[in-house]
Design a protein around this ligand. Structure first.
Ligand SMILES: CCCCCCCCCC(=O)SCCNC(=O)CCNC(=O)[C@H](O)C(C)(C)COP(=O)(O)OP(=O)(O)OC[C@H]1O[C@@H](n2cnc3c(N)ncnc32)[C@H](O)[C@@H]1OP(=O)(O)O
Length: 167
């Protein structure tokens, strides 16, 4: 019987110079190749450089239930994190979440159309400040997150064998 290789975190399919996008293909939030992922699809709006946003329309089922009939709180945080992370490419950076906080304002229902909207707030060197909300289509805000993302050093990424995504 084969044993898992605990020395690596990368599957065999990614051993040869994967792009960031290939790695993200199994992202729990947005990766199309993850059968258990959320498969979120975002559109970004950069028409106003002072107000860059990302938006996703979605609905979840009991797979992601917490309180009966409502989305699990950890999934709410994942949704907000994902929405904020989608602002990084329009800003032409690779960045990871360093800190985030969540306000759970109202329970977020399953089986209902909901909207994720994120907005870039400000930048201070490597530090990006974003926010995201889960809203009903009426605009009622159910949850709000604020996040600090740190821009990754692209030379270090290259040294780690990660290439930029194809444009
Ligand atoms: C290859 C990836 C490509 C795309 C990925 C998509 C990501 C999707 C979003 C995610 O969910 S990412 C997954 C969850 N996040 C992580 O796993 C990140 C784990 N953390 C790390 O790997 C490192 O902490 C990180 C690379 C983010 C930063 O490490 P560094 O050592 O480069 O930075 P440092 O910890 O010194 O923090 C940078 C700055 O933030 C500041 N800082 C940290 N926490 C803070 C806080 N709470 N409030 C304000 N500032 C804060 C810190 O003081 C510092 O300020 P200065 O640069 O001015 O000195």
């Amino acid at each position: 019987m084969s044993q898992p290789d605990n020395t690596r975190h990368v599957p065999d399919s990614l051993r040869t110079n994967p792009t960031i996008d290939e790695r993200a293909n199994h992202c729990f939030g947005c990766g199309p190749a993850n059968p258990q992922g959320l498969h979120l699809v975002f559109t970004t709006d950069t028409s106003d450089p002072a107000n860059i946003t990302a938006t996703c329309h979605f609905s979840l089922t009991r797979m992601h239930e917490g309180p009966p009939g409502y989305i699990h709180g950890g999934i709410v945080a994942a949704l907000l994190d994902e929405a904020m992370s989608k602002l990084n490419r329009p800003l032409n950076v690779l960045a990871m979440t360093r800190h985030m906080e969540v306000d759970y304002l109202r329970p977020a229902p399953l089986h209902q159309p909901l909207v994720l909207v994120s907005r870039h707030l400000s930048r201070d060197g490597r530090k990006l400040y974003h926010q995201a909300e889960i809203q009903r289509p009426t605009g009622e805000v159910l949850a709000r997150g604020k996040g600090l993302f740190i821009v990754l050093d692209e030379k270090l990424l290259a040294a780690a064998g990660l290439t930029q995504p194809e444009n």
